[in-house]
Write a protein that binds this ligand. Structure first.
Ligand code: G6Q
Length: 536
């Protein structure tokens, strides 16, 4: 397949023309029942309502043509079939397959890349037996007590997805189980998480694909020290998830070890062992399978060529419309579900690390905009905080609302004849309307300009299945956009320089000669910076 530059796609010129007069959402018929109905797509329990986006049938047809011309679905299929997509032609790069979908392609007789799916199944079976041993009391601590807490130690992709999902599904936690997370190398954070923890009844899973990440290895040592101080044998409490052959691939140091594979990128690893161990521990194996099933069903939806049927592709193209044609620099993801409080943070990494790129897959500078700035917080809290700028600021912020018709836990209350859940969803829909339609007012400070693009993603309830589907929906939205922009969404070269410089600074700190005169100590930029920061 020959990748085409975004600017070379003939449909781009057509869309540029259409963007001169984008659909006016303040028109009275913009949100008519007919338009609301026609601007709706559904899959895997989600309804996507996008009548509040600045597009009409002509734009949708052009976006379909864009998807066809750039062969977005073909690229997605080749990803699933194991093509080496993580590469920059002619330059040193990771040269890897991109096979996170293989970790959930377990519900079919004909997986797209059987070798990777077989390995995923093997790890899942190992996990199933491990969880069974914990549940049956075969695997207990030195005092014969069951383990109650699993602390995941990892950072970036080895933290954000699993953390977001664990929080999202806390309502389904098995009795007597909890998960905690240590990511930052900030010693106060680790201390706070260990505080009050019954170490004797805790397991710690050290998660690092490379097995070399400074923060994670430092925190592993901190945990080992805490266990020794408590008179416990670290090996009886430590688990590992790492890449085959990594420095952490040493079963003699861990109670149990699980593998993740180099063809699953960190930020796409939540459905591999990176997330599965912790999710399986708190939710049980069956609920874990439900997450995988939701993700898998969305993976199948991603194969549709009709953009109205392919939710991730449609969302990707709406994002491209807002970014490249309407000139929006950012995108807010606002879940009306407290359980999803860390999901925007996960998407922030997944999207910005994937699509925050400025060279093409051929190593040329891009001449078009790539990934927007992604951020978000749960509503309604955000309404009392930053929504002012979204409604009336000078920056247009496309919004993606996520909500659920039913809450997760039984507890709700009716006040003024409506339940809290109804209030939550009503607020979300009200925001969507207000942003789209705006409001005229003689008082300029009270005028709402409207025409602020947004969409609503709504499902019945945030269950393990729905969470898996939501995760995969966004993973594929991101990949489709990267394909469209002809960038490599699967490397992260931009995080390297800071790591190298931090290592240099730490080397200087470790070897500092306090007795040397100041001018001798400040011969390099790094030394001078440390000195000015009062660290040397
Ligand atoms: C994600 C990135 C990055 C990675 C972390 C942790 O896609 O590659 O966030 O997940 O740096 O890396 P390790 O798992 O190797 O410790």
């Amino acid at each position: 397949m020959r990748y085409k530059d975004f600017s070379a796609l003939t449909t781009v010129a057509r869309l540029t023309g259409l963007a001169r007069h984008p659909y006016d959402l303040t028109r009275p018929e913009a949100l008519s029942p007919a338009r609301l109905q026609s601007c709706k797509s559904s899959a895997c329990g989600f309804d996507l309502l996008y009548a509040t986006e600045r597009l009409d049938d002509e734009v949708l047809a052009a976006l379909q043509a864009l998807a066809d011309e750039a062969e977005l679905v073909e690229q997605f299929m080749s990803m699933k079939r194991g093509a080496v997509l993580n590469r920059i032609e002619g330059f040193a790069s990771e040269e890897r397959q991109v096979l996170h979908t293989a970790s959930r392609d377990i519900f079919t007789e004909q997986p797209h890349y059987p070798e990777a799916t077989d390995k995923a199944k093997k790890e899942l079976e190992k996990l199933r037996l491990f969880l069974e041993d914990l549940a049956s009391g075969t695997l207990v601590n030195a005092n014969g007590e069951p383990f109650t807490t699993l602390v995941q130690v990892g950072i970036g992709g080895s933290d954000l997805g699993p953390r977001a999902l664990s929080l999202a599904l806390q309502a389904y936690t098995l009795p007597g189980r909890e998960a905690r997370f240590i990511a930052n190398v900030d010693p106060d954070d680790t201390a706070a998480i260990l505080d009050g923890l019954d170490l004797g009844r805790s397991l710690f899973v050290i998660v690092s694909k490379s097995g070399t990440t400074l923060e994670t290895l430092t925190n592993e040592e901190l945990v080992r020290t805490a266990l020794v101080r408590a008179g416990l044998e670290p090996k009886e409490h430590l688990l590992a998830v790492t890449g085959q052959g990594s420095p952490m691939d040493d079963s003699s140091r861990y109670l149990a070890s699980f593998y993740m594979y180099d063809y699953i990128g960190g930020r796409y690893s939540a459905t591999s062992m990176v997330g599965a161990l912790t999710l399986g521990f708190i939710l049980g194996y069956e609920a874990l399978l439900e997450i995988l099933r939701g993700a898998w069903e969305m993976d199948v939806v991603g194969e549709q060529t009709d953009i109205r049927k392919n939710l991730p592709l449609l969302m990707a193209l709406i994002g491209v419309w807002n970014r490249n044609f309407l000139g929006c620099t950012t995108c807010a993801i606002l879940p009306y579900s407290q359980a999803l409080s860390r999901f925007p943070a996960h998407l922030q990494q997944c999207d910005m690390e994937s699509n925050g790129k400025s060279v093409t897959r051929q190593g040329h500078a891009v001449e078009w905009k790539t990934g927007p700035i992604i951020w978000g917080e749960p509503g309604t809290n955000g309404q009392h905080a930053f929504y002012q700028l979204i409604h009336q600021g000078t920056e247009i912020v496309p919004v993606e609302f996520i909500g659920f018709r039913r809450n997760q836990r039984g507890l709700d209350i009716e006040v003024g004849q409506t339940s809290s859940q109804q209030k939550l969803v009503a607020n979300m829909l009200a925001q969507s309307l207000a942003l789209a339609q705006g409001k005229e007012d003689a008082n300029p400070a009270r005028r709402f300009p409207g025409n602020r693009p947004n969409l609503v993603l709504i499902a019945e309830q945030l269950t393990p299945y729905q969470m898996g589907a939501l995760l995969a929906l966004y993973e594929h939205r991101i990949a489709f956009q990267g394909f469209c922009w002809n960038i490599n969404s699967f490397d992260q070269e931009g995080v390297q320089l800071g790591k190298v410089l931090a290592t240099k600074l730490l080397h200087l700190l470790a070897n500092r000669d306090k007795s040397a005169p100041a001018q001798v100590r400040t011969s390099t930029v790094e030394e001078a910076l440390l000195q000015e920061a009062g660290m040397l």
